[in-house]
Design a binder for this molecule. Structure first.
Ligand code: COA
Ligand code: ADP
Length: 590
């Protein structure tokens, strides 16, 4: 057994076998080679009464400190220098951890970008007496490498080795995109009038509502050396713990009980804090829902006479559990005028966004039902899901070559009762050009006879487009099929990454199914384009079939025809003829 040293992409191309994890061992065996991720850092802590709350459960603040510390050490292992927490994505806590149980935290760098890295963190708990283990949560944090000098650090690239690492590496680019858009998305959505809902419309009885003023908390902390790293920067985990502390007080004041923290929204450390800073932490309940409440917290720092710097804002969802662990109903609140009413409405918007994000992002592959209607508030998550599903499909390893003709190969994959196909060939067209031409779905009728007509309905942004596509009837004399497709395109994030054009059906409230057509559904399809050389690209078209799509390809898959080869041939002809033609879609990005 030797250690894996191959370049990841060549390993991926050679069809690496799925990894075999040996229990909780750090060693992964893949392709008969044994491997340990060099950035992996583990921490185990026994939960003592001093780490726990009144319910004898580990306080989330303490857990956040341990998670941040483990992740920071992993980031520093890759960076070789000191790192600071830039952001933490949504964390959903699946269970609480009791005194006497052991918390196991595992962190590893998924990808290094320029000066920042994504670190994946997994938290589980272990009961030493019953020998049982449970998953508590998993999170993604971004750390930025900082040098003592002013200039920005350029990190060495991370080379993913195992199949799982390659997937995380690829998805980290998608998550980063979503993270960097987050602040703008929230701003846009909070100003979106469709979410506006006034408390008075609820017809609430004033007597039964709790004034939010009752829940307001303001607390100060002095940052001392134990709260900071050797470069005197305050640990992000420490700030999160202080924020969680005031949020818990605000939540307790509303329910007069011990609340349980369920979810923390994605948040971002806007600016650094150092030893000697006074941190002012403010929290208030923004809104209550049937069984949960949103508490908002903001952290500001100052030293001496200087004005306060806004360091962080976070939104946390709490529940109150009864003796059986079931969430109890919470009283409605009466927000204060102005800021209170605004935050009340913003909490409603955040609830919808949080649900979309949790549901759409956490769904595996194509499990997101097509009935999730596309809208402005979930478009980033549907786009993420679209690209994620295609990358997952492309990363499957058990493809079998079904037929080959004129250098066009048709592969199939049968897994979990789904049938997928992949058509692949090389074309004498630069990858960037092929990407641009293929992303413009309106041109597809020029080379694909199955695309009778294609109309662009919405250009969402530079990367996402929604089309109405007509395809011929699958049965003689039957109705023409139509599809509403979301096309999400991504140029490479780094050299070695492919160009991606992902396609999936979406439900568009403005375009319901009509009598004239049979509405078809496409679960997951699209192109992955690799640069083979400056002038040659390898194009793979993937499709996860369902009854709406299968009839178009079934005779090819059964080996009864080779129309796939004909279609691919016309596709390459089209690309060759249009090597220099300007596309409808802007190519400024490329
Ligand atoms: N989430 C994730 N990464 C983010 C981010 C966010 N919300 N905002 C910026 N970044 C990343 C950028 O993508 C960039 O990554 P790259 O170099 O790999 O491309 C990196 O941070 C630096 O971005 P840049 O635009 O050069 O700097 P900035 O002025 O936006 O500063 C921080 C970003 C995070 C360095 C800055 O806000 C900061 O110092 N925050 C406090 C960090 C800290 O001290 N944390 C501990 C607790 S206070
Ligand atoms: P905004 O004040 O615009 O709502 P911030 O980012 O400043 O946004 O604050 C985030 C959250 O922190 C608010 O939604 C609120 O719940 C809480 N918060 C902010 N300021 C105060 C305050 N003065 N007192 C109590 N809680 C506050």
């Amino acid at each position: 057994i030797s250690f894996l040293t191959d370049h990841p992409l060549s390993a991926m191309a050679s069809g690496i076998k799925p990894q075999v994890e040996q229990g909780d061992s750090d060693l992964v065996v893949e392709d008969d080679k044994m491997y340990r991720n060099p950035t992996e850092v583990k921490m185990s802590q026994i939960v003592l009464p001093c780490h726990a709350n009144h319910r004898k459960e580990l306080s989330v603040g303490q857990l956040l400190k341990w998670m941040d510390c483990t992740a920071c050490l992993s980031a520093e292992r890759h960076a070789g220098c000191s790192c600071v927490t830039a952001s933490m994505d949504d964390i959903h806590f699946e269970r609480t951890i009791g005194v006497g149980q052991v918390v196991n935290i595992k962190a590893k760098v998924n990808r290094a970008f320029n000066s920042s890295m994504e670190v994946g963190i997994e938290v589980s708990c272990e009961d030493l007496y019953s020998n049982q283990q449970w998953k508590v949560c998993h999170a993604f944090a971004t750390f930025v490498a900082r040098s003592t000098r002013a200039e920005k650090i350029c990190l060495k690239p991370l080379v993913p080795c195992t199949h799982k690492e390659q997937l995380e590496y690829s998805m980290a680019a998608e998550r980063r995109r979503m993270r960097l858009l987050h602040i703008d998305i929230m701003k846009d959505l909070l100003s979106n009038k469709t979410f506006q809902w006034s408390p008075s419309e609820e017809g609430q009885n004033e007597q039964l509502t709790v004034p939010t003023e009752k829940t307001r908390v303001e607390s100060v902390e002095l940052v001392l050396p134990p709260h900071a790293n050797h470069q005197v920067n305050t640990f992000g985990g420490q700030i999160m713990a202080w924020m969680e502390n005031v949020a818990t007080i605000a939540a307790s004041r509303l329910c007069n009980a011990h609340p349980t923290l369920r979810t923390i929204d994605m948040f971002h450390f806007r600016g650094p804090s150092q030893v000697g800073d006074r941190l002012v932490l403010k929290a208030i309940v923004n809104n209550t829902f049937k069984n949960s409440m949103e508490v908002g917290v903001c952290a500001e720092a100052y030293q001496g006479e200087e004005s306060q710097r806004h360091i962080n804002s976070a939104f946390m969802m709490f529940e109150v559990l009864d003796e059986d662990g079931k969430p109890c109903p919470l009283p409605p609140i009466r927000p204060e005028p102005l800021d209170g009413s605004r935050r009340y409405q913003e909490a409603i918007a955040r609830k919808k966004i949080r649900l979309d994000r949790k549901y759409i992002i956490s769904c595996k592959q194509t499990e997101v039902p097509l009935s999730v209607p596309w809208d402005q508030s979930n478009q980033v998550y549907l786009s993420y899901n679209n690209v994620f599903a295609l990358k997952m499909l492309a990363a499957r390893t058990k493809w079998t070559l079904s037929s080959e003709k004129n250098n066009v190969r048709l592969y199939t994959l049968e897994e979990n009762q789904t049938l997928c196909f992949r058509i692949e060939s090389e074309v004498n067209v630069p990858a960037a050009r092929a990407f641009l031409l293929l992303s413009d779905l309106c041109c597809r009728p020029e080379w694909d006879k199955l695309y009778k007509q294609c109309e662009l309905i919405i250009q969402v942004n530079d990367d996402d487009f929604i089309y109405h596509v007509l395809t011929p009837s699958v049965s003689e004399g039957g109705k023409v099929q139509d599809f509403i497709l979301l096309a999400s395109r991504r140029p490479p994030c780094n050299s070695g990454d492919p160009y991606v054009i992902a396609l999936r059906s979406v439900t568009l409230p403005t375009h319901p199914p009509t009598e004239d057509f049979n509405r078809g559904e496409m679960l997951c399809a699209g192109f992955i384009i690799y640069e083979v050389s400056k002038s040659v690209s390898k194009i793979s078209y993937y499709n996860q079939t369902n009854p709406g799509v299968l009839p178009y390809i079934s005779t090819d898959i059964a080996g009864l025809s080779s129309s796939f080869c004909y279609t691919f041939h016309s596709c390459s002809q089209y690309l060759l003829e249009n090597r220099t033609r300007h596309s409808v879609l802007s190519d400024t990005e490329i």
